[in-house]
Design a protein around this ligand. Structure first.
Ligand code: ATP
Ligand code: MG
Length: 203
């Protein structure tokens, strides 16, 4: 068990990727001594059918740009290569088959973690990975802790949790700020900011 390669999985829409995602992944990587963190931009996310999502290629490119400065970060195109809806559990199954010698750490912000029971095949998710819940501004700490306890008891599993310095940043807010002509500087890497303006995204 211990000789397994520890790999973090950071899934998201990344529309666009920002410092909240990067700081969370780095905090988890460091705490658990992960070999690397795979950022996996989602294809057609089952949870987000309510708005037009930026093309997979733009979201993938922005993820690449955002992660170049960290040698431990990689971007995977497993989900964006697919046409059908992508469930995390299927991605984990696919990754585990390809790399049976890996122990996956599934990283989730507190908002995503509190919704975990709506995810497809949760039991299988716990079987295939160690789930890591990370603090996120906007999610009450007590609620988060209560949820962790509840999930641990209900599924007889262990949930890891990491405190991340609070960055009250969301992709929704960044998209709104662009739409209303407000600054997005220092909320996301500069090269991603430049990419957004170059391709006229979120106007
Ligand atoms: P949106 O506003 O479009 O939902 P988002 O900022 O929530 O975007 P997602 O792509 O939905 O970003 O999130 C991917 C993952 O990153 C989720 O697990 C989410 O909880 C986590 N995450 C996003 N922003 C933060 C943050 N500021 N701090 C901690 N975790 C975060
Ligand atoms: Mg979100």
């Amino acid at each position: 068990m211990d000789d397994k390669i520890k790999i973090g999985i950071m899934g998201g829409t990344f529309d666009p990727i920002h410092y909240g995602h990067l700081a969370t992944a780095e905090a988890v990587r460091k705490k658990y001594g992960l070999e690397k963190v795979l950022f996996i931009p989602s294809g057609n996310p089952p949870h987000k059918t309510d708005r037009d999502i930026t093309s997979k290629s733009h979201r993938y490119n922005m993820s690449i740009l955002a992660t170049v400065s960290n040698d431990f970060f990689e971007v995977s195109d497993v989900e964006i290569q697919k046409d059908r809806l992508s469930y995390t559990v299927d991605t984990l199954l696919e990754l585990s088959e390809k790399n049976p010698n890996a122990q996956y750490y599934l990283i989730m912000g507190a908002d995503a973690f509190c919704d975990i029971e709506t995810w497809s095949r949760v039991e299988k998710l716990f079987e295939l990975s160690k789930v890591v819940g990370a603090t996120r501004p906007g999610i009450d700490m007590d609620d988060f802790k209560r949820n962790i306890t509840k999930i641990q008891q209900k599924y007889k599993t262990q949930i890891l949790h990491v405190h991340v310095p609070s960055l009250d940043i969301s992709s929704t807010d960044i998209r709104d700020r662009i739409k209303y002509g407000m600054t997005i500087k220092y909320l996301l890497p500069e090269n991603v900011e430049k990419y957004i303006y170059k391709y006229n995204l979120y106007r």
